[in-house]
Design a protein around this ligand. Structure first.
Ligand SMILES: Cc1cc2nc3c(=O)[nH]c(=O)nc-3n(C[C@H](O)[C@H](O)[C@H](O)COP(=O)(O)O)c2cc1C
Length: 354
């Protein structure tokens, strides 16, 4: 049979098989139908969104944030009641009760623990692994990737500065080139600015095992984020999601990417006023730093839960420009998968034609 007589449905089946092969390592590691992870998002990644993602063939991750052990145990149990598919829990390494939180995850038989917000302490790494769970860590550079693998990480996430929330300085385009060719020991998931299947496919072809997305899922139908928050995502363009601005290098500001609003403008004024108080001697350096840090306290909750998208922190990645509607999670995951498959099919067709 000549190659151009391949039917469309046969080429789609072949495209799906090719995609399944490309992300097989990620799927096996997560225990899922697709190697699409949802990045943990404080206030957003709770039982409803996490279970919806896992039920749709992705991998949901609970954001523990500042929850204590009892609240986390309840959230895990509630999520387990809503899905029998695998999901993970994201813990922040500087949480004062990190060891207790790890114990809660292990007691609930959570299969994957993500340690975020810094290099994970050896005690937590050992506890996760001795307890039989898989450890996922973030790496901002190749040297750290190698160190994390040596110290026991079972998988890594490389998150580019395009991402929503707390960000590093380097784009995913560059991180992927720096790290993917040199780290084969563990699966690597790419994150930051991803909103379409073709882009995910290109990173799989570079050696990634899967992808992690946040922004697109935050705007999903099942997300408990306030309607104002989701509407702001649908309206926004990529250029509206900017990193926080630091006015003076003596007073560091943690870079966070989010939608520009009245709050981000007032943050600049607040820094300027605090600086003036420091310069006049009215505030010590430590007090001024604390004053700047406190500006955003509770601000993510204000935007996500209360819907105050003008004064709250509307964390969003540049991928926000690719959010065009509030869609069910299953539709988002199918769309991403179909786009990757369509790209593979189109390529196959053009190789037959030329
Ligand atoms: C609203 C929001 C809140 C987030 N909160 C967290 C968090 O609590 N912990 C974390 O590790 N990452 C957090 N992130 C980052 C995501 O887990 C994910 O890595 C990121 O959104 C990926 O980039 P994308 O938004 O372009 O898809 C957050 C992102 C968003 C948009």
């Amino acid at each position: 049979m000549p190659p151009d007589s391949v039917t469309p449905s046969e080429s789609v089946t072949a495209g799906r098989a090719r995609l399944d092969a490309l992300w097989a390592r990620g799927r096996a590691f997560l225990g899922t139908r697709t190697a699409i992870m949802a990045g943990a998002m404080s206030w957003v990644s709770e039982r409803h969104l996490v279970s919806a993602i896992s039920n749709a063939g992705g991998f949901g991750v609970i954001a523990c944030g500042s929850m204590g052990p009892d609240l986390l145990a309840a959230e895990i149990a509630a999520t387990q009641a809503m899905t029998n598919q695998p999901f993970g829990v994201n813990l922040i390494t500087m949480h004062p009760r990190l060891d207790d939180l790890v114990r809660v995850c292990l007691e609930a038989r959570v299969g994957h623990v993500v340690l975020a917000g810094g290099i994970p302490p050896g005690t937590a790494v050992r506890a996760v692994k001795d307890g039989g769970a898989k450890l996922i860590a973030f790496t901002p550079a190749l040297v750290l990737a190698k160190r994390l693998v040596r110290s026991g990480a079972d998988a890594l996430v490389i998150e580019g500065s395009e991402a929503g929330g707390h960000i590093g300085p380097v784009s995913l385009t560059v991180l992927a080139q720096e790290i993917l060719p040199h780290v084969q020991d563990v699966p690597i998931f790419v994150a930051g600015g991803l909103g379409r299947g073709e882009a995910i496919l290109s990173y799989l072809e570079m050696g990634a095992a899967g992808a992690q997305l946040g922004t697109r899922f935050a705007a999903a139908e099942e997300s408990i984020a306030h309607a104002n928050f989701k509407r702001a995502f649908v309206r926004a363009a990529a250029r509206d999601a900017l990193p926080s601005i630091q006015l003076d290098e003596r007073f560091p500001v943690i870079p966070v990417r989010g939608l520009v609003n009245a709050g981000t403008k007032r943050f600049l004024e607040h820094q300027a006023a605090t600086l003036a108080k420091f310069q006049s001697g009215a505030l010590s350096k430590d007090a001024a730093q604390l004053d700047i840090e406190h500006f955003w306290a509770g601000a993510l909750r204000r935007a996500v839960i209360d819907g105050d998208v003008e004064n709250g922190s509307v964390m969003a990645g540049q991928s926000v420009g690719l959010v065009t509607a509030i869609q069910p999670v299953a539709e988002i995951i199918n769309e991403l998968t179909d786009q990757a498959v369509a790209a593979l099919v189109a390529r196959e067709r053009s190789s037959v034609l030329f």
